[in-house]
Design a protein around this ligand. Structure first.
Ligand SMILES: [Zn+2]
Ligand SMILES: [Zn+2]
Length: 349
């Protein structure tokens, strides 16, 4: 079968590999749709980051070449020994987190903070950029008939957004600002709507992405139109309750902090490649808080229910649909070159 594998930096290949089978405790899926994630692109252009290139990952036991793809939906076609949660024909999505179950974080149920945490589709195990893949049973969540496979491919990135809003101090009726409206930033806007934010400001340089944020109901702010902090402070009458940093660009962190009101909170959602200097007075003099999240935990069922209500809409967020045969040229290269793309989905056939 065909599978996209990471071999090295700038070296991903559509390989022909052996079809997997459902071993004990595993479920074999026919992959339906798989989204290309920002971290897939990072692995492609600057990896390895999460991919085990030299040593096998402690939980998956795999090392490069690694099958990629961690945002996917599929249909159950075979179950391994002992599997009880799903049966052949079930429609599912994968929560792609490996955790050890033994460290202190795991014991507290905070499996995304596990010492050995790895992503299925980055750390090994298989992945969604392939025709078939075999997945540990505990990673599966069933999709109701009302949620399409295409929508299902957005559950994973939406879970990041929902976890970010859930972990922040935002309350119904509060004001929020989102810095950066790429795929995750736009999904944070959706999560904020679901949480009952009264005003959502979206700061974004790209015109297309700003428009998209407006379409979803946010008040779009162009950083080229003067001081962003001043604009948000004025429009919100004194600052937002929570700001979300989703750009990973160092100077934006200070803007995000200074856009909040006294006792405001800044939630860092992005992965920073460099240090981001901040002046502590910006926190101290207003008794503000700065915090962050990684991945998600225990939110997949909520995301799926919210999708059934129309949140995180695929028809507004998916800008291109391609097949596995073209995943490198039209998918990875496409995302790097075409600035108007939001989410590209790959059909496994
Ligand atoms: Zn991802
Ligand atoms: Zn652990």
């Amino acid at each position: 079968m065909k599978a996209l594998r990471w071999h090295n930096t700038k070296d991903v290949r559509l390989d022909n590999i052996e079809e997997p089978h459902a071993k004990k405790g595993e479920v074999k899926l026919k992959v339906e749709w798989c989204g290309i994630c920002g971290s897939d692109l990072h692995e492609y252009t600057a990896g390895p980051i999460f991919i085990p290139a030299e040593e096998p990952h402690p939980l998956s036991g795999d090392k490069a070449p690694i099958v990629m793809g961690h945002e996917f939906s599929g249909k159950v076609i075979e179950i391994g020994e002992g599997v009880t949660k799903v049966k052949a024909g079930d429609r599912v999505v994968v929560e792609p987190i490996y955790s050890c179950g033994e460290c202190d974080a795991c014991k507290q149920g905070k499996y995304n903070l596990c010492n050995k945490m790895g992503f299925y589709g980055l750390a090994g195990g298989g992945g969604g950029f392939s025709e078939y893949t075999s997945v540990p049973e505990h990673m599966l969540h069933k999709l109701p008939e009302t949620v399409s496979y295409e929508q299902g491919a957005l559950v994973e990135p939406s879970a990041v957004a929902l976890h970010a809003v859930k972990q922040s101090k935002l309350q119904v009726g509060d004001k929020a600002a989102v810095f950066g409206t790429g795929p995750i930033g736009l999904l944070v806007i959706e999560a904020l709507k679901a949480a009952g934010a009264a005003e959502i400001y979206a700061v974004e340089l790209s015109k297309q992405r700003r428009q998209k944020a407006g379409e979803l109901g946010a008040i779009a702010i162009d950083p080229n139109n003067g001081d962003v902090v001043e604009q948000i402070q004025n429009l919100s009458n004194g600052g937002v309750d929570v700001s979300y940093e989703v750009t990973g660009i160092p100077p934006v962190l200070t803007q995000a902090i200074n856009s909040t009101t006294f006792n405001g909170e800044t939630m860092i959602v992005s992965i920073f490649e460099k240090e981001a200097p901040i002046h502590p007075q910006n926190i101290v003099l207003k008794e503000r808080t700065v915090t962050g999240i990684i991945g998600y935990r225990d939110v997949f069922p909520a995301v799926i229910s919210l999708m059934a209500q129309g949140y995180f809409p695929a028809d507004k967020l998916v800008t291109k649909r391609i097949t596995l045969d073209n995943v490198i040229e039209d998918g990875f290269e496409g995302l790097l070159k075409e600035r108007n793309q939001i989410k590209i989905l790959v059909q496994a056939k």
